[in-house]
Design a protein around this ligand. Sequence first.
Ligand code: MG
Length: 333
Amino acid sequence: MEKILLSHGSGGTMMHKLIDSLFMRELGNPTLIEKKDSAIVEIGGKKIAFTTDSYVVNPIFFPGGDIGSLAVYGTVNDLAVCGAKPLFISLGLIIEEGFDRDLLEKIVKSISSAAKRARVDVVTGDTKVVERGSCDKIFINTSGIGAIYYPGLSIENIKPRDSVILSGTIGEHAISVLSKREGISFSTIVRSDSAPLNALIAKVLSVSKGVRFMRDPTRGGAATTLNEMVTGGRFGISIEEEDLPVTEGVRASCELLGFDPLYLANEGRVIIVAKRDDEKRILRAMRSDPLGRSSRVIGTVTKEYPGKVYMNTSSGGRRIVGMLSSEQLPRIC
Ligand code: MG
């Protein structure tokens, strides 16, 4: 009998296979099949973005964030990358019997300040408590609704010569969670990049009509997100290794642990594909925001290698960058 494995929740190829072979087969409809970060639905003639996500991160507190703020920002970001203004979120809590009330209060306070920062309201919720051992401390589900103000963002719109822009350094979230979980101390403490992207994205969308598609590179990292953009398409994406922004702290941790920052989860970064003519004004808008200071162009959409992501390496070579194929780090978000 086939069993569900950790890698089925990794965000990589195993998860995509499970989605296609089971969820799409049984539940597929024209909205679900689009596999966007948020579903785009129409209610009373208005376009609405609707999304949901569960948070099981271990540990629940880590440098730069905690499960509460992560649950707000993750859902806010999935709305924002679809061209929506995040408005309302739900909060579903599954708590293990015996969990400290003080810790719960700390998490709820964090949710409250995260919601204020992201300018969303928690408008409905649910609390369940399960027997000791039936879940690990606390799991959170958030759903979110936003109003679409920049319609039409789609992978279908991406064209050769488009620019691929990344809003900041990669890998901090994963390294922050991992180092706390494993009790590894690096010379520099790596803090999670967990943050709400809606303000940064609104700035970009106000200066350019040429944004084709956006996605936040969470589980599976930037490599997986870029692959999701090209899979089955008539174009490829080339990235320049030299242009990949990685902090010294993340680089050192990756060397020590054998990780590739391209596959590490981020929780406050966005990859934007846009018309090349708009590249400069988009970068200017992004860099004017504290969350986009180190934004840069990391690659180009090309006619070469359709369906593939490839990297021009610092040493002058070229290699294909695949999707995350197995589990790299479970319970990272
Ligand atoms: Mg997403």
